[in-house]
Ligand binder design. Structure first.
Ligand SMILES: Nc1ncnc2c1ncn2[C@@H]1O[C@H](COP(=O)(O)OP(=O)(O)O)[C@@H](O)[C@H]1O
Ligand SMILES: [Mg+2]
Length: 403
């Protein structure tokens, strides 16, 4: 985290966010920030908790714990977890798309974009029948809405199909239409849940172009969940990696893709093979990191991540007397950290075989190949834990004093 940056540099600040479903910790003590005007990617294997984070930000879920702060350009600040659901898009200007496309498939493209501007049109009609009588304020608002819809149809390269039913479009075009629809609401933060899912390379390239256009020309900041590494690595400014609801890495795309925790989480190898695979796929930086021990930014005691430390992780909530344990083997990232810690504690760092160096730079490719075939979801609750348990602070300590 950049300590020089002021709060207003960040469009979104997520602090100590937790979301539990019964005994399952879908998100555990997650903290990260998204900088204004940037594309921040949230990645991780299936079931890591990415969509749950979006659902907490956009008001679909109320988090069990934590704070989500949105700082608008005009200086106003909103605590999203306290805002009524319908005010999150309307007042905080947060828009989202869904993992499964949700368009009005029987309506035309233009109609889909006009429905998104329903609030504006209702206001112009004075919430009465003024629209029917062609009242001037309504006529003007209506013309502006059509103009805005046309603008975004052009940006999404869909203007030729404005009068076709949305359901007739190919997948890639439907994804772009969803983004165009979200942009018609004038969001400050646009949350996109796997927009490249199911797209071919050409469609992915069009999507990248649209997202870059939004970033460069609108001032809208983007939070992106994505499995397609070609999209993540090409367009993201900042990447946050989740595994089992915890943050295991946070940084620029280059640093994240050479992070051993991330490689292990994505490869999903057997416990005994973690070391071998890291050695095979790692480049010099990865090997170096293994030799010098865990990154202090992800170590125990730093609330930003709880993945480092002992192989058995647990979250303890003193106020509720609840304890959820992630058993050995649940997290590859935890094993990487445990392995790094044990290597670091040896008196002399053992020389690595020469073969390792010859496979340098292989990591990103493997990661890309494995990304879609992610691991089984759901952290194992209540699994065997032998001693060493890192207790989380009680909720009251973490919440800070803001209202
Ligand atoms: N409404 C819900 N009720 C119960 N469990 C849920 C719910 N939503 C998500 N989960 C669980 O939370 C975990 C994270 O899910 P999700 O956020 O969808 O993961 P991702 O988007 O990273 O694939 C999963 O184990 C999932 O089963
Ligand atoms: Mg998801």
């Amino acid at each position: 985290m950049d300590v020089q940056a002021s709060q207003s540099d960040f469009i979104l600040q997520v602090e100590h966010l937790s979301m539990k479903f019964g005994g399952l910790v879908a998100i555990g003590d997650l903290s990260f920030q998204a900088r204004r005007g940037e594309i921040t990617a949230l990645i991780g294997p299936n079931g890591a908790g990415k969509t749950t984070v979006f659902n907490c930000i956009t008001g679909f879920y109320k988090p069990t714990e934590g704070m989500i702060t949105l700082n608008k350009r005009d200086g106003s600040t909103y605590l999203l977890e306290r805002l009524p659901n319908h005010e999150i898009p309307a007042r905080a200007n947060v828009a989202r798309t869904f993992q499964n496309i949700r368009l009005f498939s029987g309506m035309t493209l233009l109609e889909n974009l006009l429905v998104a501007q329903h609030n504006k049109l209702m206001k112009a009609s004075g919430y009465t029948f003024l629209g029917l009588f062609g009242f001037p304020s309504y006529r003007q608002a209506s013309a502006e809405s059509i103009e805005l819809a046309r603008h975004w149809l052009e940006k999404a390269d869909l203007v030729d199909r404005a009068d076709d039913p949305a359901g007739d479009l190919p997948y890639g075009a439907q994804r772009r239409l969803e983004i165009a629809r979200a942009m018609c609401t004038g969001p400050e933060l646009l949350c996109l849940d796997e927009p490249a899912a199911g797209l071919n390379p050409k469609e992915s390239a069009s999507l990248n172009q649209l997202l870059n256009d939004i970033k460069n020309n609108t001032g809208t900041s983007i939070l992106l969940i994505e499995h397609d590494m070609s999209v993540v690595m090409q367009i993201s400014d900042h990447v946050v990696v989740l595994e089992y609801g915890r943050k295991i890495s946070d940084g620029n795309p280059q640093s994240v893709r050479t992070d051993p925790r991330v490689i292990a989480a994505y490869l999903g190898v057997d416990d005994e093979e973690v070391e071998t695979v890291l050695t095979e796929v790692g480049d010099e930086d990865v090997i170096e990191q293994l030799d010098t021990g865990p990154d202090s930014a992800h170590g125990p005691g730093n609330s930003a991540s709880m993945m480092a430390g002992p192989v058995s992780d647990s979250v303890e909530h003193a106020d509720e007397g609840e304890r959820v344990t992630v058993s050995k083997g649940a997290s590859k990232a935890a094993q990487v950290d445990a392995r790094a810690a044990s290597v670091a504690s040896k008196p002399t760092a053992a020389a690595k075989p020469a073969a390792k160096r010859s496979t340098a730079k292989a990591a990103p490719k493997k990661m890309a190949a494995k990304a879609p075939a992610a691991k089984a979801p759901a952290a194992k609750a209540g699994g065997a834990s032998k001693g060493k348990e890192a207790s989380a602070k009680p909720a009251a300590d973490k919440r800070g004093g803001r209202k």
